[in-house]
Design a protein around this ligand. Structure first.
Ligand code: GRF
Length: 200
């Protein structure tokens, strides 16, 4: 069974959605390890509640990003991880992780990429005045939120939306599409051709 390594920085609601989908048998995969770069990440508790190893690798303790990422790779390998899932992981993935897991790292982003990459995507969407935004699961490459797109879900923007209300509605969709994308990968249903990801 596909072993997942989930990288987090915060509360971990996407992590929870992935754990739940795996435990319910909807996704033929198992969360083998959760790694947080921030010791205060709430998602660590979620992992512990499900008896999943929860490891802190604090990026601030490393001067060199290569060495930091080598430490992450070491833990991922110890748990035989086949797919790395970034779930609110607030660091840019570097060469070391990418080289060890080519096309085996995925991310969720709260906008319809390529619109609004980077930080505060929901605020960017509101500020821009779009009427539709959403979320995207994509493969991770060397750019910031630039890799091939696996699944997207559209969310209408309401006139009276605040960053909070819009983020909450997008998050609901995130919790659907992230497990779905992982299910496709676990069932070997995806084929990547350049920027295009096709269902086999
Ligand atoms: C989500 O909005 C995700 O799209 C973004 O960071 C947030 C993480 O939320 N990358 P959570 O920690 O999964 O609750």
């Amino acid at each position: 069974m596909l072993q997942l390594g989930v990288l987090i920085s915060g509360r971990g609601t996407n992590l929870q959605a992935i754990i739940d989908a795996c435990e319910a048998g909807k996704v033929p995969a198992k969360v083998a390890v959760v790694i947080a770069n921030d010791p205060s990440a709430g998602g660590l508790e979620r992992a512990k509640k499900h008896n999943i190893p929860a490891v802190v690798i604090d990026n601030r303790q490393f001067r060199d990003k290569h060495i930091y990422e080598l430490e992450i790779v070491k833990v991922l390998k110890e748990h035989a991880v086949g797919l790395v899932c970034l779930a609110g992981y607030m660091r840019i993935v570097g060469q070391v992780l990418l080289a060890h897991y080519p096309q085996k790292i995925v991310n969720i982003h709260p906008s319809l990429l390529p619109s609004f990459p980077g930080l505060n995507a929901q605020k960017q969407a509101l500020d821009h005045g779009v009427t539709v935004t959403g979320c995207t699961v994509h493969y991770v490459d060397e750019g910031c939120d630039t890799g091939p797109i696996i699944v997207q879900s559209a969310v209408p923007v309401k006139e009276d939306d605040t960053e909070e209300t819009l983020s909450a509605r997008i998050l609901e969709q995130e919790h659907h599409i992230y497990p779905l994308a992982i299910e496709f990968i676990a069932k070997d249903k995806l084929q990547v051709e350049g920027r295009k990801v096709r269902l086999k």
